[in-house]
Design a protein around this ligand. Structure first.
Ligand code: PEP
Ligand code: MG
Length: 570
């Protein structure tokens, strides 16, 4: 038995076998061979096995993930039937008397560069298919296993270096009972996805992929950030009890499902949910969400090979707005970049993607892309209570530019005779320190703020939110962060505006007392945290929390702040 520690990223405990989702080493070198026909036969057999495997994967993908994903594997099968591709490898083995692995790599590289050089997007994409399918045949030649996430058809816990949002989108949620990764923190998007899927997750373990084998029995404890490998019976019993206790707490919290969120002394706040897709609405309802505080629209743009149309976007926004009735829905415009990539936009690789050409910066330059989203939002606005929020705003000019594009699209639609709500609020994410510092100036122009602490902490502390190495600097309760947050909330109130928080700090039980004391109006979090937060707030008194805040902002360290929180909430 082995116990591995990481960062608790999504609550819950589960028990299942390990599924290692790691790319094996497929490096090859050139070797002279003596038996040419044996080498060709070895290659043919690897191709045949790959074809059989691809047919199975294709069928599974069709069943579990839909026709779009299945089509990728159909394309791979066609390549393995292409006489030009396969014939070139065979000829190379025969004429150059070299090993099959190297002949395949050479041929594949040649076809990939040929397709990549073509002036046609469709052909360029074929390069990726050739690379992928060659990898599969190569793995068979080398006798190593490739991970096939679409083949998962039993309960597993996925173990990976990291899971990008598009990896996560490929996993079959029915069978994935949790995941643990080498890198990442509580606010990396893999962690956020885990919380919205309601599966336990432990991230930032360092090297879990090296310590676990496929098929090992695992327990994942997303409450305390522990993964147990091949546990003894006693340990299994301990965790079964821990799970039962957690489930019992959830039953208690569930009693608050339809209640308002009111502190012990009668102060009401809104508990909202963060969502990524319209499918997440069900979780919002099941957990008593009073609004959507953050709809991350970038997920609409991911896991596909072209931009979503205005119509597709309109349908998604309409579904969410209608689903929430008259409750507010804060839709954030496209926030791509950082750890959220869109390969088909072909953006330049940057040294510091979190500080680069992303979010509103990209939208203000790629105007057509932005205007399409704004039109879809405006058209959907009549189906509910829409609040539009721009991400990564660093200057007032950026907000003004985004707002004028929004108003231009609104005027155009009205001129076209299309109905648009006249009650749309326009706000910004406060996630860049420059904006938090001059929140008073922003507050005169925006309708609301939503504080994105995932990024605000990373930028203020200069600590990459993806890096477990600097996770000690990722300090939401540091007095520097608390002062910035307090400044933003006060600035908004002076102008009669409201402030929410949609960063993960908004649902953090250690932060909630401080945020309540600062007067935060709306707390937006993973839907699964809402009932727990409601239960906590019911037991807190605002005047006492105000006193806590006054002391906390004068503390010198995070540790001192946390001690105070404990003292004031006991
Ligand atoms: C944030 O930065 O706090 C936030 C909510 O946005 P994201 O996590 O998507 O960057
Ligand atoms: Mg952010």
């Amino acid at each position: 038995m082995l116990e591995l520690k990481g960062i608790a990223a999504s609550q819950g405990i589960s028990f299942a076998k390990a599924y290692i989702f790691v790319e094996p080493n497929l490096s090859v070198s050139e070797k002279k061979i003596s038996n040419v026909s044996e080498e060709v036969a070895k290659f043919d057999s690897a191709v045949e096995i790959s074809k059989k495997e691809l047919s199975i994967i294709k069928d599974k993908a069709l069943e579990n993930l839909g026709a779009d994903k299945a089509a990728i594997f159909e394309a791979h099968l066609l390549i393995l039937d292409d006489p030009e591709f396969i014939g070139t490898v065979r000829t190379d083995i025969e004429s150059k008397e070299i090993n099959a692995e190297y002949a395949l790599k050479e041929t594949s590289d040649m076809f990939v560069s040929m397709f990549e050089a073509m002036d046609n997007e469709y052909m360029k994409e074929r390069a990726a298919d050739i690379r992928d399918v060659s990898k599969r045949v190569l793995a068979h030649l080398l006798g190593v296993d490739l991970p096939n996430p679409s083949l998962i058809d039993e309960e597993v816990i996925v173990i990976a270096e990291d899971l990008t949002p598009s990896d996560t989108a490929q996993l079959n949620k029915k069978f994935v009972k949790g995941f643990a990764t080498n890198i990442g923190g509580r606010t990396s998007h893999s962690a956020i996805m885990a919380r919205s899927l309601e599966i336990p997750a432990v991230v930032g373990t360092g090297n879990i992929t090296e310590q676990i084998n496929n098929g090992d029995n695992l327990i994942i404890d997303g409450l305390d950030g522990v993964v147990v490998v091949n546990p003894t019976e006693d340990v299994v019993a301990h965790y079964e009890q821990k799970l039962a206790d957690f489930e019992a707490k959830k039953v208690e919290w569930a009693k608050l499902l339809t209640e308002k969120t009111v502190s012990k002394d009668g102060h009401e706040v809104i508990l909202a949910a963060n969502i990524g897709t319209p499918a997440d609405l069900e979780g919002v309802k099941n957990n008593g969400g009073e609004a959507i505080g953050l709809y991350r629209t970038e997920f609409l743009y991911m896991g596909r090979d072209q931009l979503p149309t205005e119509e597709e976007q309109f349908e998604a926004y309409k579904t969410v707005l209608e689903g929430m009735g008259d409750k507010p829905v804060v839709v954030r415009t496209l926030d791509i970049g950082g750890d959220k990539e869109l390969p088909y936009l072909d953006l330049p690789k940057e040294m510091n993607p979190f500080l680069g050409f992303r979010a509103i910066r990209l939208c203000l330059e790629q105007k057509d892309l932005f205007r399409t989203q704004l039109r879809a939002l405006l058209r959907a606005s009549v189906y509910g209570k829409l609040c539009v929020m721009f991400p990564m705003i660093a200057t007032l000019q950026e907000f003004r530019d985004a707002k004028s594009m929004f108003l231009e699209e609104k005027d155009k639609l009205i001129a076209e005779g299309i109905n648009v709500s006249d009650d749309i609020e326009l706000g910004i994410m406060v996630e860049i320190p420059s904006t938090a510092v001059i929140a008073d100036l922003f507050a005169k122009e925006v309708d609301f703020f939503s504080i994105g602490t995932n990024d605000l902490v990373q930028y203020t502390m200069a600590a990459d939110r993806m890096s477990e190495k600097v996770s000690y600097l990722y300090q939401p309760y540091n007095p520097a962060i608390l002062r910035l947050i307090k400044n933003v909330i006060e600035a908004s109130h002076k102008e009669g505006k409201w402030t929410g928080m949609c960063g993960e700090m908004g649902g953090d039980p250690l932060a909630i007392p401080l945020l309540l004391g600062m007067g935060l109006d709306e707390f937006s979090m993973s839907a699964t945290s809402i009932l727990q937060a409601r239960s906590q707030i019911k037991n807190l008194e605002v005047p006492k929390m105000k006193e806590l805040v006054e002391k906390a902002i004068d503390c010198s360290t995070t540790e001192e702040v946390l001690e105070l929180v404990e003292k004031y909430t006991k």
